[in-house]
Design a protein around this ligand. Structure first.
Ligand SMILES: Cc1cc2nc3c(=O)[nH]c(=O)nc-3n(C[C@H](O)[C@H](O)[C@H](O)COP(=O)(O)O)c2cc1C
Length: 175
């Protein structure tokens, strides 16, 4: 049986939750994506990187890129977690922006995360409040999908995490 590891980068726990669900489903090792963890990943046949999306960037992406060479030849996939509902056009442009060159070969999957204003750092909460205020003045038709999601959150809380988002990724690693 292939030896696999899940490396995750999560700030508020939604991506970690997906990593744990993946661990249950695939029986792989699972740990936070640090430089040392990426180096250890060289010993595995299969590697899954799970990263949270912040301001259209992927947490931990620079580590993944830095270690891409080491992971060559392994079964590798990425699972991204954001507030946005899945949107083909937005996700494909996100994918192209990050996964170019040799990294374009990596299969990238997506699942929705969670939102909890009370748990956020002061900086994140302030940023989101400022964004909300500026979006209130804009035509909702011009919102990107994740902005719509942000505006749809009531009482500062939402949880869109769902194991079903992992099914395509689990199927990919089960074949
Ligand atoms: C400051 C901030 C910026 C965010 N930017 C995005 C974004 O660009 N796209 C998106 O889909 N979600 C965005 N989100 C939502 C997070 O991706 C979502 O809350 C996710 O569950 C975070 O994962 P984590 O709990 O593992 O940290 C943002 C959240 C915060 C607080």
């Amino acid at each position: 049986m292939a030896k696999g590891i899940i490396l995750y980068r999560s700030k508020y726990g939604a991506t970690k939750q997906y990593a744990k669900w993946l661990q249950e489903a695939l029986g792989y090792d699972c740990e936070q994506a640090t430089g040392a963890a990426f180096r250890r990943a060289g010993e595995y046949d299969a590697v899954i990187f799970c990263g949270a999306i912040y301001a259209s960037g992927l947490k931990g992406f620079s580590l993944l890129r830095k270690n891409a060479e080491k992971l060559r030849g392994k079964r590798l996939a990425v699972f991204c977690v954001g507030a946005s509902p899945y949107d083909e056009t937005a996700f494909s442009s996100f994918r192209q922006r990050h996964f170019s060159g040799e990294m374009a070969q990596i299969p990238v999957f997506y699942g929705r995360g969670a939102w909890n204003t009370d748990e956020m750092t002061v900086v994140d909460r302030t940023l989101c409040n400022m964004l909300r205020k500026s979006l209130e003045k804009r035509d909702p038709a011009t919102y990107e999908p994740w902005m719509q999601a942000l505006m749809s959150v009531r009482d500062g809380k939402a949880d869109w995490t769902d194991r079903a988002y992992l099914e395509p990724l689990i199927a990919y690693f089960s074949n």
